[in-house]
Design a protein around this ligand. Structure first.
Ligand SMILES: NC(=O)c1ccc[n+]([C@@H]2O[C@H](COP(=O)([O-])OP(=O)(O)OC[C@H]3O[C@@H](n4cnc5c(N)ncnc54)[C@H](OP(=O)(O)O)[C@@H]3O)[C@@H](O)[C@H]2O)c1
Length: 246
């Protein structure tokens, strides 16, 4: 992937991994638009990254996804890269009763939104000389986390969807890429829950270098090991990880 001269929408790009990617793409000479629900985070991101474009949007809502597509493609007709990065992680016990609308949100944000946005943006991306859809999954797509069962399932689903979409678009100019983060030190799931993770800048530097080198699926550290592991290695890694949470 060429890092310069793109116009890129990064969902959830006002914090964490998305913001670190936005900073680097802007520095490399691309225009970046980020979206998210919190207006204060969007304003802070704009102050941190000169030239960053922002849009408030709740991707759990199908109507807001359509409105986002309409706004972005009208304001930035040269848009050629969609990065499906927005995500939430909820730690829960499946057997604990909960309002379904609350539980369903995690599936809507992490899985439905990337699937829907892909469909919405493909006609626009087809018009560009070079285009890409980049999905942010997780090392947990490969090792199901017992502490966050829905989260892991949405990421496994998005990994599967990414491979299928890449195949379906193989004869177009749209590349389909996947970023597979390990635990990264961001506020995912709540402040402090991921402070054992790798520094976000170190992770983002590595991702950009590997995307620039033309790799289609990019992990880091443990997630690089997991995306390449055998089934027995994955079973052992899953057991070891979940033993720490039981
Ligand atoms: N950090 C890790 O350890 C790790 C590991 C593997 C994968 N990942 C993945 O990396 C991606 C980025 O996460 P992060 O670690 O950078 O955490 P983060 O800082 O919490 O970023 C998540 C972003 O998604 C946005 N978002 C959440 N729900 C949204 C919604 N309904 N509509 C629009 N935007 C929404 C959030 O903004 P608002 O709250 O303002 O909407 C936030 O900016 C996620 O897909 C996550 O699953 C992270």
């Amino acid at each position: 992937m060429n890092l310069t001269d793109n116009t890129i929408l990064i969902t959830g790009g006002a914090s964490g991994i998305g913001l670190a990617l936005a900073q680097r793409f802007v520095r490399a000479g691309s225009t970046v638009i980020v979206c998210g629900r919190r207006a204060d985070k969007l304003r802070e991101a704009q102050q941190q990254v000169p030239g960053l474009q922002v849009r408030a949007c709740d991707l759990a809502s199908p109507a807001e996804r359509v409105a986002l597509r309409d706004w972005v493609t009208a304001q930035f007709p040269q848009l050629n890269v969609l990065i499906n990065n927005a995500g939430v992680q909820r730690r829960l016990q499946v057997a604990d009763p909960e309002d379904w609308a609350t539980r369903q949100q995690e599936i809507a944000i992490n899985f439905e939104a990337p699937v829907h946005l892909s469909e919405l943006f493909i006609p626009h991306l087809r018009q560009q000389d070079y285009a890409a859809i980049v999905n942010v999954t997780s090392g947990l797509a490969f090792t199901p986390p017992t502490f966050a069962p829905i989260y892991g399932a949405t990421k496994a689903a998005l990994h599967s969807f990414t491979i299928a979409l890449r195949h379906q678009l193989r004869d177009t100019r749209i590349e389909v890429l996947e970023i597979v983060p390990p635990a990264v030190n961001t506020d995912l799931g709540g402040t402090g829950l991921h402070n054992f993770g790798v520094p976000v800048d170190e992770f983002a530097d590595s991702v950009l270098a590997r995307l620039a080198a033309g790799e289609l699926e990019v992990g880091f550290g443990t997630s690089e090991e997991r995306r390449l592991a055998s089934r027995s290695e994955l079973d052992a890694a899953t057991e070891a990880m979940n033993a720490r949470f039981s």
